[in-house]
Every structure is written in structure tokens, then in C-alpha cells.
Design a protein around this ligand. Structure first.
Ligand code: F6R
Length: 247
């Protein structure tokens, strides 16, 4: 899965149809960034990168701030110019102004060509929690109890340390990306994945907004795909079908 996503990035890079990459944090896309780093592709250095979101209230140097995570997992391994890597400023005094500035910066960069996404167990993308407006833009969002519990693992299991709010690109912002590639693994994502792919378009499952996207690819392992009722079974699909069809 990671190799498919990385190859997609590299293909677009080499055919000059990718200059702005959107990156998700969390654990799901990390193998993609490792595969990109392992490719040694020199053109990666020309990328401009936008992160999806950032916690509010963590200083930029906090190891779990997405400023630090993106620096550690993306900027350094891929050899990017830090001046071309952007993360919403969750430490800003004026968060609304920081959100508006982030939208402006994305637009001024020509928009995101390819957005890498994960999905929360509650169906969030970015940190657009259930019942986010389907047309929302970058803004302050309150994290749900579920998301805070799920992310406590990054804070030594201490829920008290997990921020209660964030700045996140909106669902409308994500929809504006030219292409999106979402990665989900593990049984904990199975219900959200089924809602996203087969459920109704509904803000109750924010990821279902991707049904509106003309170029969305969803990469799943068997456990994350387990609740899809319309999946081909393995035998029918053939053992080695290669890259996903009908994304
Ligand atoms: C993080 C983000 C979130 C995560 C989601 C899944 O930037 O946008 O939507 O992608 O919470 O996180 P993991 O991959 O850790 O399960």
C-alpha cells in the first residue's frame, strides 16, 4: 500500500504534475514517507508541503506537535527545504487569523496536487470531526473524546496531555486537492471505512465527503476492508491484482 502511494507521488513528480503535496500525520501514512525517502528521488527536494492539521496549545518544539512530527517524518527524511514545508500555527495568538492565513498560503501555492490522508476510527479526515460542515475550510475544531483517546498513545497514554482542540484544513479544503490517496489499516478503522465508502454522504462520517471527489483512491488492508459489503472476495478478485482499479 505504501509503495503504491509512494509510486503515485513519484510518478506525478516525474511527469511534472505534482509540486504541492499534502501530508497527513498519525501512523497510517508513515510507511509512505519512508518509501519516498528510500526512493532517493532528487526531485522530492522541489516539493512544497502542507500538513493537514496541528494541535492547539502545543509549542512548535513539543515532540508530538505536528510541526515536530512533520519535521521528523517528512522534512528531514525527504530532504525538503523547511521553508517550503507548512503546518498550521496552533500556537498562534489569533487562531482564526492563522487559519485564514493557511488557506491563503495554500491558494497562493497553486493548491494541493496530491493529498495523503488517514481516517480516524470515528470517520474524521484531517481533524474534521463528525458533523463538520462538508464545505468547511481551515479552522479551529474541538477534538472528540474518541479522537483524544485514540491519540493518547502518542502522549505516553496520558489523556490529560492530549490537546482538546486543533487547527485543521476543512473538508472543503481537502476536496479542493487535485487528487487524494487515503490509507487505512487495521480492524479499528473497518466501520469508518465502510461508512466512508458505502454509507450515505453524511457529515456524521466526514470522510464520506470523499465520495464527491473525482480522483480519490482508498488503500486498505483486509482488516480495514472487512466491513465493506460489496467487496470482491479475494478469489474473485484474483490474488495479485496490482494497483487498485476503479479508484
Ligand atoms: C492527522 C490526521 C488524522 C489521522 C487519523 C488517523 O494529520 O489528519 O486524520 O490521519 O487520525 O490516524 P492514524 O493513522 O494514527 O490512525
Amino acid at each position: 500500500m505504501a509503495r503504491w502511494a509512494a509510486d503515485r507521488v513519484l510518478h506525478r513528480l516525474r511527469t511534472r504534475s505534482l509540486s504541492v503535496l499534502g501530508v497527513a500525520t498519525g501512523s497510517s501514512p508513515l510507511p509512505v514517507y519512508r518509501a519516498l525517502a528510500a526512493s532517493g528521488e532528487p526531485a522530492l527536494a522541489s516539493l512544497r508541503v502542507f500538513a493537514l492539521d496541528e494541535y492547539v496549545g502545543l509549542p512548535h518544539h513539543h515532540p508530538q506537535s505536528y510541526h515536530c512530527v512533520v519535521d521528523r517524518e517528512v522534512t528531514r527524511p525527504l530532504g525538503l527545504d523547511p521553508a517550503r514545508v507548512h503546518v498550521p500555527d496552533g500556537a498562534a495568538d489569533d487562531l482564526d487569523a492563522a487559519a485564514a492565513e493557511y488557506e491563503h498560503l495554500i491558494a497562493a501555492s497553486g493548491g494541493i496536487d496530491l493529498q495523503v490522508l488517514g481516517i480516524g476510527a470515528n470517520g474524521h479526515v484531517g481533524f474534521n470531526e463528525p458533523f463538520s460542515s462538508l464545505r468547511s475550510r481551515t479552522r479551529v475544531e474541538t477534538l472528540t473524546a474518541r479522537t483524544r483517546r485514540d491519540n493518547a498513545r502518542f502522549f505516553g497514554g496520558d489523556l490529560q496531555q492530549v490537546p482538546t482542540s486543533c487547527l485543521t484544513q476543512g473538508l472543503g479544503t481537502i476536496l479542493d486537492a487535485d487528487e487524494v490517496v487515503l490509507i487505512a489499516t487495521g480492524a479499528a478503522k473497518a466501520h469508518a471505512v465502510a461508512q466512508m465508502v458505502e454509507g450515505p454522504l453524511s457529515s456524521a462520517c466526514p470522510a464520506s465527503v470523499l465520495q464527491l471527489h473525482p480522483r480519490a483512491t482508498v488503500l486498505l488492508d483486509d482488516r480495514a476492508a472487512a466491513q465493506l459489503t460489496r467487496r470482491d472476495d479475494h478469489e474473485q478478485a484474483g490474488a495479485a491484482t496490482g494497483p487498485p482499479r476503479n479508484p
